[in-house]
Design a protein around this ligand. Structure first.
Ligand SMILES: [Zn+2]
Length: 203
């Protein structure tokens, strides 16, 4: 199970400061009253940003592992939310997946695989933004599921990071790479059962 780890660090500073050491999970999410053998369970690496480690806890009685995902990282996808957003925004502004893929691809990556790489990110982000539109239709009235459209409503870049924070309570039911919902989860059903107030934005 993934849990949000709110940290002022990001990317390289998280690696340099070994930010995973600052994470804490005071009680077992399954047994908040205690009584289980919940404890720290080491860390595991993420490939990008290089050197990133994710802290982990384990409840033996519940047979469940809990990962604290730093808020700047995409979930179930390598890299940061900011890097993901840059790719999608590039395509929206360039108006062409092929042009973006050709510009963004490393030298040793072929154009077809770069196109697939970019296209996958566009689909993932579009699904995320569609999920947010369902969660908060009033906040994002008349918005399209695009970074450009959300950026206009939120008055600036860092759309995915802003949504991560504001929609923290919905992350278990929002799709990756913003939220932590397992692939194929019924987003609308879990959303209705969450009982949380709809989020509001401060500008
Ligand atoms: Zn437990």
């Amino acid at each position: 199970m993934q849990i949000l780890f709110e940290t002022p660090l990001s990317g390289e500073t998280y690696v340099a400061a070994q930010g995973w050491r600052m994470a804490s999970l005071p009680s077992c999410p399954l047994h908040p009253q205690g009584g289980c053998s919940f404890s720290r369970h080491g860390t595991y690496p993420r490939v990008t940003p290089a050197g990133t480690r994710i802290p982990r806890w384990y409840c033996p009685e519940g047979h469940r592992t809990f990962s604290l995902l730093p808020d700047f990282l995409a979930s179930r996808l390598p890299g940061t939310l900011a890097a993901l957003e840059r790719v999608v925004l590039y395509v929206e502004l360039a108006g062409s997946v092929e042009a973006a893929a050709d510009t963004l691809r490393p030298d040793d990556v072929s154009l077809p695989s770069a196109v697939r790489w970019v296209r996958r990110r566009i689909h993932l982000v579009r699904d995320v933004l569609a999920g947010v539109l369902q969660t908060a239709p009033a906040v994002f009235r008349d918005c399209q599921p695009s970074i450009t459209s959300f950026g206009e409503r939120l008055h600036g870049p860092g759309v995915l990071a802003a949504l991560r924070t504001t929609f923290a309570v919905y992350l278990p039911s929002l799709p990756a790479p913003l939220g932590f919902a397992p692939r194929g989860a019924d987003f609308r059903r879990t959303q209705h059962n969450s009982g949380a107030d709809p989020p509001t934005f401060r500008h």
